[in-house]
Design a protein around this ligand. Sequence first.
Ligand code: NIG
Ligand code: FE
Length: 423
Amino acid sequence: MTRADILIDHADSVATCRGPAPRAGRAQGDIAAIPGASVAAWRGRIVAVGPADEVARSVTLEPDAVVVDARGTTVVPGFVDAHTHVVFAGDRREELTRRLAGATYAEIAAAGGGIVRTVTATREASEAALVEAALPRLADALAQGTTTCEVKSGYGLDTATELKMLRAIRTLAARQPVDLSPTFMGAHEIPVEYRDRRAAYVRLVIDEMLPAVAREGLAEWNDVFCESGVFTPAESRAILDAGKPLGLRPRIHADELALSGGAMTAAAVGAVSADHLIHVDEAGATALADAGVVATLLPAAAFFLKLGRYAPARLLIGRGVPVALATDMNPGGGFSPSMPFVIALAAFGMGMTLEEALVAATVNGAAALRRSHDIGSLEDGKLLDCVLIDGTLADLARIGAPVVAGVVKRGRLVAGRLGSSRV
Ligand code: NIG
Ligand code: FE
């Protein structure tokens, strides 16, 4: 017998998503579901998952254990949102209106909107203000089932503000339940004051920012916006290579607005994840597959930016690239904190099955953050991070209906209407 202090009891189905990570090709849709199942954990880690009667026989509940009646629900691993810009100051909601009136991302940026607008506001904000502004956004994500979230800097574009953002992320990690994976993104845009001397900005990122971030141990990742008009493949490669000896592993914004060499650069530097990929071609997909890069797709960004197309998920899956999904929460084109919305867009916009989208939002998101040892699936020894969905997987697509009935983080029920009873 094993001790347990929480039991998620008798779900209609538990989509364990157990097995190898990341998953590619045909395995992308393997959710390893068990009907009529329970999950038990002790001190945040799973000790049993399987048919309800087997789990009941194999665990002894502690005197004050929490029991969640999961009948009528489908239990899935907590969502891993592997790409967000959730820390920022200021407000760009009026850009939505301009986009609805027909303005493009490039036109809005050229008119002083976009990233540089958020940079101005973020430079002026205190670290405490950044934390306070991000807390409700993370709470919204948690309520939608996100239990781990990557968060980028990149609205500072000077050393002091980049460090301020990363310190805010560190504070946020300690102040609310969602686990955070911090990314340095000094190469999010060329700041206005460096527009006519971009090489000097690349040097600043490499010579000053990266070492300062590494010295304080503020980030796990180093990300670059590799895109026509932003950072070239050569600049991106120099910045990503420079982070490696400092322990900052590469990830990249690739081929979002045009085919810009992003996927090829990701493969060449051995990026852990290449993100967006709306314009990736067959050669790029093959290169990603060969290099073992996870493709993190952000269909909500394509939706809110009105790009008129989504990343070619079927091409990527067909070529054997593991696909992950994320929200891209940000003040411009990342308007929704909802992984269920992203899953629905993946299914109805990109031709993925709901099972493939679930693996993308859990197992493969965890792999995109190199956290598969701890999260992404419901199996013995991993954290009990899970979401109880009213009904079936398909109910995730009932956008706007309160289908997320419960969210469990590290073995604690932290969101959702589902009450629990004490033993
Ligand atoms: O992932 N592509 C670059 N960065 C963000 C947008 C950030 C912003 O508009 O503030 C993205 O889409
Ligand atoms: Fe982004």
